[in-house]
Every structure is written in structure tokens, then in C-alpha cells.
Design a protein around this ligand. Structure first.
Ligand code: MN
Length: 325
């Protein structure tokens, strides 16, 4: 990866559709590192920057993938486990790239690309990049510093999930020493929710269902509800956290209909180490991490909910049997 960066002059840094804090933060951090080395860089993804991350310095450089080809010798995919998750438009725009690189931390990464830097033990792609920059002696500018902090903070659930190790805290401490304004960045990230988000929370609180044993919480966001609330695709990010936060719940599934895709988008969460939702999602062609994964399954939504619920109930049953024996 270091040779690649030294030997080429033009790069595209591309993240997955529906980019989250890690995808945007990693795009910004790597894009700026390359720019500071005098390289020509295009930072892109199919959906551009979600409004919730618009406060980040430098995000105006990230473009929504154009319809015409992007001129870049090297395409670097960040925070993305599967090539197809970049989206058809991004793949088409980058069809002329000579070399593909893959920088990621997903357990289920398909190891695509000519050059790969996939570290599944890292909490975020932002952490992979942090160590990469340290290794290369690349200086951290304020834009890179804030971008990496946001990447790591969001992918660890603001330093709450299992992957939040002492090393992650040390990484964050290093970024804070470099000047991250912790209070300001956390307020922007976690305490500035648009009203439309609150209406979605209300929808989830009204509609979420708990299995009789209290172990599995599910919710379906329908096209009807989406039209009524008037939300954009990015607004529904993180709704699954409400389902996961119910006391006693082991597994949570958030299902969402889409007007332009016959498949239902499903987010899965596990709160117990005995059940990997990445494994569960992979049975349906999806992937992700042990505690957080996703998959798309063709609707109708109630049928999909039933299928997913059955698979989750079998997992709960398996763990209960283990505990007895
Ligand atoms: Mn990530």
C-alpha cells in the first residue's frame, strides 16, 4: 500500500453507498493525506455526504459519484467489505482505474483489489488508516485528525462497543492531544438530531415488537411511514439502536422497505457474544461484524420479518440449550 501511494499520482478514494461516519471519515482522512503528498485525488461515494456529517471540516471535497468516468490511476475502496457495495455508478465511473486497493476492517471483507489492507481486529477503517499514517510518518492535519476521530467514535458507538479496547482509547487520546475538540465534535455527532429523526424514533417506539421471551426486538419501517414522515434514506441510520437498547434483548432486527428496491434492507444487532449476526446475515447473502451486520432480502416485508425472526429464534434456542447442558 505504501508503494502504491508513492508510485502513482492520481487516486480516487471511494466508500460504500449509504456512507456512515467511518466511511466519510476514512474518505476524508485518506483523501487529505494523499492531497497533502501532492497527489491528484477525487473523494467520492454514490450518496455524497449525509447531512449529519456536513459539519466536518473538509467534507465539501467529497462528491457524489458522477455519471461520467472519473480519471484516476488508482481506486482505493475504504470501509467497504464487498466491491458491489460501492454501487454500480461508482464501479462504472472507476472502470478505467489501473489498480484497485482495499482498505477495510470488516470480518466478511471479500479481499477484492490488487492491494489489500484489511484488518478485521480493528474497530474502524479510521483506525486502520491511523496506524497506516503513523507507519508512513504522514503528518496529521486538523482535517485528518477530526475525520479519524469521527470514524472511530461512530464505529465504536461512541466508544461503547466490544471493539473499544485500550488501544482504541490510546488512539483517541492521541487524536485529542493533536487538538480534537471533544465537546464540540460530540455535540455535533450525537446531540443535534433533526426533528425528522425524532419523528422516526416515535415511529419505532410505537411499532417495535418484542418476542414473548423478551430476547428479540424487531421493527419494520414501511414505505407508507417513510412518505408520511418525509424522511430521506440517511435519516433512518441508527434506528436499530433503539431496538437493541431494550433490557434483556439479545438480538435486534430493523427492516426497511424501499420505493426503488424490491428488497428489504435489514440491520441486525447482537448483544451476546454467543450469537454472530455476521454469520446469520451471511446465510442470506449479507455480512458485517459479529455484533452488527446487514443484509437485503426480497420482500414483502412481513414475510422477510418472519424468515429473519425464525433464524434469530433458532439462534436464541441454540444458546439456551448450550446454557442448560
Ligand atoms: Mn467501518
Amino acid at each position: 500500500m505504501a508503494d502504491l501511494i508513492r508510485n502513482y499520482d492520481s487516486f480516487a478514494v471511494v466508500a460504500h453507498i449509504h456512507p456512515d461516519g467511518d466511511a466519510i471519515g476514512s474518505t476524508l482522512a485518506l483523501g487529505n493525506a494523499l492531497k497533502n503528498m501532492g497527489k491528484h485525488v477525487v473523494m467520492m461515494n454514490e450518496d455524497g455526504v449525509p447531512a449529519s456529517l456536513a459539519f466536518l471540516p473538509g467534507v465539501e471535497d467529497i462528491i457524489s459519484t458522477p455519471d461520467e468516468p472519473v480519471d484516476a490511476e488508482v481506486a482505493i475502496s475504504v470501509d467497504n467489505g464487498a466491491l458491489k457495495r460501492l454501487g454500480e455508478r461508482s464501479l462504472r465511473a472507476l472502470a478505467g482505474a489501473k489498480v484497485w486497493a482495499n482498505i477495510d476492517h470488516h470480518q466478511t471483507n471479500e479481499r477484492f483489489g490488487d492491494v489489500q489492507c484489511v484488518l478485521p481486529d480493528e474497530c474502524a477503517t479510521g483506525a486502520v488508516l491511523y496506524y497506516f499514517f503513523k507507519y508512513l510518518g504522514i503528518p496529521f492535519t486538523p482535517v485528518m485528525r477530526d475525520a479519524l476521530y469521527v470514524a472511530v467514535s461512530t464505529d465504536t458507538g461512541s466508544f461503547q462497543y466490544q471493539m473499544t479496547t485500550a488501544a482504541v482509547m490510546e488512539l483517541a487520546a492521541d487524536l485529542i492531544r493533536m487538538g480534537v475538540n471533544v465537546q464540540d465534535i460530540n455535540r455535533q455527532l450525537y446531540q443535534e438530531k433533526p426533528w425528522v429523526k425524532m419523528q422516526l424514533f416515535r415511529e419505532v417506539l410505537n411499532g417495535m415488537q418484542l418476542t414473548p421471551d423478551g430476547r428479540i426486538c424487531t421493527f419494520c419501517l414501511t414505505n407508507e411511514a417513510k412518505a408520511r414522515i418525509g424522511c430521506r434514506p440517511e435519516d433512518t441510520e441508527g434506528l436499530i439502536d433503539l431496538l437493541r437498547s431494550v433490557q434483556g434483548v439479545w438480538l435486534a432486527a430493523y427492516l426497511e422497505e424501499s420505493e426503488d428496491d424490491p428488497r428489504i434492507r435489514i440491520s441486525l444487532r447482537s448483544k451476546v457474544p454467543e450469537i454472530s449476526v455476521a454469520e446469520l446475515a451471511s446465510r442470506f447473502g449479507g455480512g458485517g461484524h459479529a455484533m452488527a451486520a446487514g443484509v437485503r432480502i426480497r420482500g414483502p416485508v412481513e414475510e422477510v420479518r418472519f424468515v429473519v425472526l425464525e433464524a434469530m429464534q433458532a439462534e436464541v434456542e441454540r444458546v439456551l440449550q448450550q446454557q442448560i447442558s
